[in-house]
Design a protein around this ligand. Structure first.
Ligand code: NAI
Ligand code: CS2
Length: 489
């Protein structure tokens, strides 16, 4: 187990601050891979300036028990290994002060922590599905089983929005100021999405509570960026070697690139994360839309088309010249035109940098990981851009290819007839539609009837239907590699 005492001298990037003086003023929900290499790392960097005492209490409510029990055993220290194409660097992160897990400590302990006046920020990285909103972001999903349970039993919440609402209800009752609720997930206008989920749920409980939250809580939007693949046994072995034989089960590897753009709208004070590389801005939308469409849209495109072709990792896709060429074309010709970026941003440079990041051979980012939860990702990554092109009468054929590839993927077998295990909150519905349709046009039409994903506009657009169907039939008969090759000619 990692401790500062047993680290080799060669590990120089370690906390140079007095950890006893740290104050947990942030509760973070969703202690997973990403948070460890992003928000917790920014907070550690700021502590290292010795101008901040902000630290974090980590919370998991669904999954992640092992990580919480492991990190407790090592005084909440862990390693981040930044891996570039040609070099790597390890950092020992010390910004976490405490941790709680619903199934270890009980949800009550978590609610009380969040209701504690010392907590000024509640941040979240709970994946898209954790918000319990309808795909496309049109409202809280009142049919979500977690939301139903929270409405029936609000004092014992199971969903993240339910937890935030209950903690805020207690703060309101106790006369404690609200906290800032800071979403750090890849969702368009993530602050507003969180606000919608929280306010909708509060309204259904008690309109006065909803009013109080609306008047007292802020929900800044953020753009978060750093590629952090799920840790693998190989990653952990590599970290052990770098730590001179010390094992760190909480270690995580990531790319060197990091970006965090935050709407400057906090209830009380906030850490000066901008002193260590984050940016506070008035309007995050241009940044977040650019990242969701250029990076995440391309990621999903590569994930489905790569997985079907047997490419296990994103960098495997990038070694195929045809994949590399077509994904750059997708970025520049079909995503970039849909964007309104700040004047200093050059989308050609941004795209070139993305190609370089995706090609990083040191980062084994699995296509299967990015492919999961597609129903939660396609609307903001691909479908919004398609709508823009329909309105502007321009070409969206490659975006439609991503939709067709997703349809092939959820069909349950790849181009080599290997089975695919679907992970998606709408899995049951998807499997039913697939098994009740003949492969081909009929399946495409059935899947397009999913209004929660495609709305009522896209399935009625002939051009969209034609593009998706033609690509689907090509993927079905020729496979992903050949389809891409043909499109490049
Ligand atoms: P992960 O799988 O390592 O962690 C997911 C976390 O979410 C876990 O702590 C889990 O307890 C929690 N969670 C899962 N379902 C939940 C639910 N229904 N309610 C409440 N909590 C739930 O995933 P990772 O890599 O940490 O990514 C999480 C999110 O962070 C992504 O979905 C994305 O929105 C955002 N993100 C991830 C990046 C990455 O490269 N990994 C980069 C940028 C953003
Ligand atoms: C990926 C993202 O898993 C996914 O869907 O597209 O998590 C991606 O790695 C990050 O957004 C990069 O910042």
């Amino acid at each position: 187990m990692l401790s500062l005492a047993n680290l080799p001298q060669s590990i120089t990037n370690r906390p140079n601050y007095n950890r006893n003086k740290m104050v947990a003023k942030i509760v973070h929900i969703g202690f997973g891979a990403f948070h460890r290499a992003h928000q917790a790392l920014f907070t550690d960097r700021l502590l290292n300036t010795n101008l901040s005492n902000w630290s974090i209490c980590e919370v998991n409510i669904i999954g992640g028990e092992q990580l919480i029990s492991d990190i407790r055993k090592q005084d909440h220290l862990y390693t981040v290994l930044e891996k570039g194409a040609h070099s790597e660097q390890a950092f020992i992160i010390g910004s976490i002060k405490e941790s709680l897990h619903a199934s270890i400590d009980g949800i009550e302990a978590i609610i009380e922590k969040m209701a504690d006046p010392a907590i000024e920020i509640v941040s979240l990285t709970i994946t898209e599905k954790g918000y319990c909103i309808l795909p496309g972001g049109s409202g809280l999903d009142l049919n979500n089983p977690l939301i139903k349970a929270d409405l029936a039993n609000p004092n014992n919440p199971q969903s993240a929005p339910g937890l935030v609402v209950e903690a805020l209800a207690r703060r309101m009752r106790k006369g404690v100021a609200s906290f800032t609720a800071l979403s750090c997930d890849n969702i368009p206008e993530n602050g507003l999405a969180l606000k919608m989920a929280v306010i909708d749920l509060a309204k259904a409980r008690d309109p006065k509570l909803a009013e109080w939250i609306n008047a007292n809580t802020t929900f800044p939007c953020t753009m978060v960026d750093r590629i952090v693949p799920a840790a693998t046994p190989e990653t952990l072995t590599e970290i052990t070697a770098i730590l001179g034989g010390v094992q760190d089960p909480c270690g995580i590897a990531c790319e060197p690139f990091i970006q965090w753009v935050i709407e400057d709208n906090f209830v009380t004070s906030r850490p000066n994360w901008d002193q260590v590389g984050a940016e506070f801005v008035q309007d995050v939308r241009p940044y977040e839309e650019m990242k969701l469409r250029m990076l995440n849209g391309s990621h999903s495109f590569l994930a489905y088309l790569g997985y079907l072709a047997g490419y296990k990792h994103i960098n495997d896709c990038m070694r195929d010249e045809h994949y590399k060429k077509i994904v750059l074309k997708l970025m520049l010709d079909q995503q970039a035109p849909t964007l309104n970026v700040p004047p200093h941003v050059n989308l050609q440079h941004y795209a070139d940098k993305l190609i370089e990041r995706f090609s990083n051979p040191a980062l084994k980012h699995q296509t299967g990981q990015i492919a999961m939860d597609g129903t939660q990702k396609l609307p903001q990554r691909i479908l919004d851009s398609i709508r823009w092109h329909i309105e502007h009468h321009s070409d969206f054929s490659l975006l439609a290819l991503a939709v067709a590839a997703w349809m092939r993927y959820i069909g349950g077998s790849d181009d080599n007839h290997q089975p695919i295990v679907i992970q998606d909150p709408m899995k049951e519905q998807l499997i039913t539609l697939v098994s009740n349709s003949n492969d081909g046009t009929e399946r495409v039409n059935k899947l397009l009837s999913l209004h929660a994903i495609f709305g009522s506009d896209l399935p009625n657009n002939e051009q969209f239907k034609q593009h998706v169907t033609a690509h689907y039939l090509s993927l079905m008969t020729k496979g992903a590699k050949q389809t891409i090759k043909n499109l490049n000619h």
